[in-house]
Design a protein around this ligand. Structure first.
Ligand SMILES: [Zn+2]
Length: 366
């Protein structure tokens, strides 16, 4: 174990390892870049490396096995558990009661925000000597969600970080942070993980067959965590009703006199909304199809398509829909996306989309 087990983003990994080797890890770092590429994981690896008992003075790795490395692992797990149960507490006061921070701490939004109480607790520990480890590492995940009242307090700490403490701010887009906060941190930029790395992972960990690996790699969009959780059968099961939906609305030739198969259309919208809890994922897949159709219409490259196994069908659907049809589809998906958080029949939204789509194609007066 060590940094070699980190997948992708060799630029970011090397930047961190160079800092370790130079012995000059700054008091504040900012890890930014897309979701699911391992920013938080690398922050915890850094915490291990800074504390590893087996690291040589100019070493740039960690063992993952010594008492210190294991302690960091334990602190990480404890922090995650603590955040999980706090998020379930309804009462605002009780939610932040009894916060205890260890030498390596994960700070994440408990509500929509990282709260004042959380940052105060960070300050309480940051300036004291670490309890158990040589170096304290305080990781703020989704740092952009820090409550505005707490941002000043954080800034003060970043301006004068205690000798024994390293702050790591983690966020997708550094420009969502205040410039004053951003400028105090050394930035390490992450990028989407290469298709080949994701593809290898899908083979090794998810046993995705070769023929489907490109589709799976594109569907997980350069994210290691998405790839780790990817379920091909589930993806295809959720995508099928979209194909039925498009297949029933389209494919009868331009300005056809033949009425669309309404029964099949409404059957597909029912199938799409059957699993309410998974609707988010179903809609996400709908958006990949939409994006592919748009890409084709705009003359984009096939190498950028997600649904690479459907190229022929996508091509014919795209030419039939045209930009206006794709626009209608987008409006319908956006509407379904907005409705999903509300307690309404989501099928109604997609039924409306079916009707709009058919009307937009001039198939039938509606
Ligand atoms: Zn170690």
């Amino acid at each position: 174990m060590g940094f070699a087990s980190f997948l992708g983003n060799s630029g970011a990994v090397n930047a961190v390892r160079d800092l370790l080797a130079s012995g000059r890890v700054p008091g504040a770092l900012l890890f930014s870049g897309p979701d699911g590429v391992g920013k938080k994981t690398l922050a915890f690896m850094l915490a291990k490396a800074l504390n590893c008992e087996r690291r040589e003075p100019a070493g740039n790795d960690f063992c993952g096995e010594c008492a210190a490395c294991r302690k960091v692992e334990g602190m990480f797990a404890a922090a995650r558990d603590d955040l999980t149960w706090r998020r379930e507490i309804k009462d605002a006061q009780r939610r932040v009661e009894g916060l205890v921070y260890f030498d390596v701490q994960l700070v994440e939004p408990i509500t929509r925000y990282i709260l004042m109480e959380q940052v105060r607790e960070v300050r309480n520990v940051a300036y004291a000597r670490p309890f158990e480890l040589p170096r304290r590492v305080l990781i703020f995940d989704q740092a952009q969600a820090i409550h505005w009242q707490a941002a000043d307090l954080l800034l003060k700490m970043l301006e004068e970080p205690p000798d024994t403490t390293t702050f790591v701010l983690v966020c997708p887009n550094p420009h969502e942070l205040r410039p004053t906060i951003r400028s105090r941190c050394l930035r390490v930029q992450f990028v989407q993980v290469e298709e080949s790395v994701v593809s290898d992972l899908l083979e090794r960990e998810r046993q995705v067959p070769k023929a489907k690996r490109l589709l799976a790699a594109r569907a997980t969009a350069g994210s290691v965590s998405r790839a780790r959780a990817f379920n091909l059968a589930d993806f295809e099961r959720r995508r099928q009703p979209w194909l039925d939906f498009l297949g029933s609305a389209l494919g009868r030739g331009p300005r056809s006199e033949v009425a669309p198969d309404w029964k099949a259309l409404f059957e597909s919208t029912r199938a799409l909304t059957e699993d309410r809890k998974g609707l988010d994922e179903t809609l996400r897949i709908g958006y990949t199809l939409l994006r592919d159709l748009l890409l084709i219409l705009e003359g984009g490259r096939e190498s950028e398509l997600v649904n690479v196994d459907l190229v022929d069908r996508l091509n014919s659907w795209a030419s039939e829909l045209g930009l206006a049809g794709v626009e209608t589809m987008k409006a319908g998906l956006d509407q379904a996306y907005r409705l999903q958080t509300r307690n309404v029949s989501q099928q109604l939204g997609l039924d409306a989309l079916a009707v709009d789509l058919v009307a937009a194609l001039g198939r039938e007066e509606v």
